[in-house]
Design a protein around this ligand. Sequence first.
Ligand code: GDP
Ligand code: MN
Length: 337
Amino acid sequence: SIHARIQKHLDQYPFISPKAAQVGTANATFLMLARNSEIEDVLHTLRQIETSFNHRFHYPYVFLNDVQFTPEFIARTTSAISSSASYGVVPTEHWNHPPEIDEERLQRGMKELADKGVDYGGSLPYRNMCRFNSGFFYRHELLQNYRYYWRIEPEVDFFCQIHDDPFQFMQDNNKIYGFTITLYEFEATIPTLWQATKEFTQLYPELLAESNALDFLSDDKGATYNLCHFWSNFEIADMNFWRSDTYRKFFDFLDAKGGFYYERWGDAPVHSIAAALFAPKEQLHFFNEIGYRHGTLQHCPQGEVFTKGQCQCSRRRNFDYDGYSCKPRYDRLFEQH
Ligand code: GDP
Ligand code: MN
C-alpha cells in the first residue's frame, strides 16, 4: 500500500525521493553554490525551478560549497528535486586568495570599500565567491562531464512554465551565454577592470571576436566602460567557452592584477566582458520566456510570452526597460544600421 511505501522511505536516512528518468537530452546540469545556513532559501529556489521546468525534464543538480554540506542540507535538497544531485566541496586553492595577494593592500581595499558603504565592500568571503565564480567553478571535478550549466541561487523565483528546454536551445543555436537581466555595475567595485581589459586586448588583439558586442559595453568604441553587464545570479552558459584558452588567458591576466581582492571585481562584469568581446554577439541570448526574480529585480515576460508561459509575475514589475537596465543597449546591438 501507499502507506507502507512511505514508511519504507521514512525508515531510511537520508530520505531519498524516487527519481524520475532524465527526459532532457542536453549535456547539462543545474549549478548552485550555497551555504548550509541558506537551506530554507535553497529549498524555495528548488521548488520554483522544479515547478516551472525540471519536473518535466529532470536535469541533475550540482551543489557546491566552500565547506562540507551537512546531512540535513543533503537530505532536504535531495527530497525537493525530481532528479539526482551531487554535492561537492570547493578545493581551498580555488576559494581562498593566492599567496601573491598583499595582505596589507587587501585589508586597505576592503576597508576603503566598506567605508564607502558598497554592498559586501568589506567582505572577504564575497571576494572569494566572485573569483571562484569567475575562474574556477567550471574546473570542479563534479562539472567535468557537463558542457552546459544553469546557475541558480538561493531565494529566487521562476514565474513561468518553461515549456522548451533552454539547454537544448543553447545547443541547437550554438549559443554560449544566456541571461534574463542586464544592468549597470557599481563603479567603485571595478575601478581598474576596464583598464586591465584594454591592456589584455592590446596584448592579444587576435582574441577579439569579429562581430563582438563591444558596443554593449562601451559607448565610445572601447575607450571607457559603460558598466553594462549580465546579472550572473542567473546564467545558462556553455562551459566550453570558460574552458577555452582565450578565457583562461583572460582570467589569469585579471587574476594576476589582484583586482578580485584589492577592489571587488564581480564575476558578473568579468563573465559579461569576456562573453561580449571574445564571442560573436550572435552567441549571446536573452531568455525572454524565463520570468525570473533575484532580490528586488525581476524580468516578467510581456504579451503572448506571458500568456504562453502562464506566468505569475506582475507585468508592471519588469526590469527590461527600467532606467537602470542595459537591455536597450543590448537590443541596439541587433538593430540594422
Ligand atoms: P548577491 O546575489 O550578490 O547578493 O550574493 P549572494 O549572497 O547571493 O551570493 C551569491 C552566491 O554565492 C549564492 O549562491 C550564495 O549562496 C553563494 N555564496 C556567497 N558567499 C558564499 C560563501 O561564503 N560560501 C558559500 N558556500 N557560498 C557562498
Ligand atoms: Mn544572490
